[in-house]
Ligand binder design. Structure first.
Ligand SMILES: Nc1ncnc2c1ncn2[C@@H]1O[C@H](COP(=O)(O)OP(=O)(O)OP(=O)(O)O)[C@@H](O)[C@H]1O
Ligand SMILES: C[C@@](O)(CCOP(=O)(O)O)CC(=O)O
Length: 198
């Protein structure tokens, strides 16, 4: 099925990382820094959670949140999403980008090689891949617990090997400040969006 591309972004920053590594925290920080005119956040999981919540009468906003509510349904959401992806690997990527009009897109939650491949195929010159990393100790402090069937499955491990990330962001207490680590990324985004200040 050919993809009807809605707009032509100048830069697409595709983030991935383990549960509680801080993908939403880091991408929210970038969004605040660059502003809503320049960039928008695309969550691949948002259209999935929206349909899943509708089908089951669940709270969509809570599924988007960072609390424990979504963890009750994670395994079933993963299975539901994978059934869809099996038929059409780009299904959620296309849905997530359909209303994006800003020059810079931030994809906050890539989890599979098929996610990266979709953006690399559709937007080969604009796509950069960034990995957010945090130690298990830090992740546990943020509420993560190893869950068999989730933390050892594709949803969490699909991008652990074989990806040459453009940036690695270390999101631990002993890491350099995020603003420092993100400096070059901010400069690239402002250059691509034509908003750089001299
Ligand atoms: N550098 C940080 N400083 C303070 N709090 C942080 C930092 N990074 C993450 N957090 C907090 O840790 C929790 C998990 O972060 P976040 O939701 O961004 O992780 P995630 O990778 O998106 O997780 P999931 O995959 O479960 O959605 C949140 O409450 C967030 O506010
Ligand atoms: C079902 C799923 O989209 C849930 C993601 O939730 P979150 O990004 O961790 O808040 C994960 C997946 O698609 O494998």
């Amino acid at each position: 099925m050919s993809t009807m591309l809605t707009t032509n972004p100048k830069l697409i920053l595709v983030f991935s990382g383990k549960r509680k590594s801080g993908k939403d925290y880091v991408t929210d920080l970038i969004h605040k820094r660059l502003g809503p005119e320049v960039c928008c956040i695309l969550r691949l999981s948002a259209p999935l959670k929206e349909q899943y919540a509708r089908d089951r009468g669940l709270d969509f906003k809570e599924l988007l949140g960072s609390g424990q509510y979504k963890e009750q349904y994670r395994a079933d959401m993963i299975a539901w999403g994978e059934r869809r992806r099996k038929q059409d690997p780009g299904f959620f990527c296309r849905l997530a980008q359909r209303s994006a009009t800003q020059p810079v897109w931030i994809v906050s939650d890539a989890r599979r090689l098929s996610d990266l491949q979709w953006f690399w195929t559709e937007y080969p010159n604009q796509t950069r891949c960034i990995r957010v990393e945090a130690s298990e100790h830090t992740r546990r402090q943020r509420g993560w617990e190893f869950t068999p069937g989730i933390d050892d499955a594709e949803s969490e491990c699909g991008l652990d090997q074989g990806i040459d990330f453009d940036w690695i962001i270390r999101n631990d207490n002993d890491a350099p400040p995020l603003e420092e680590q993100l400096h070059l990324l901010f400069s690239l985004a402002e250059e691509k969006a034509g908003t750089e200040t001299s």
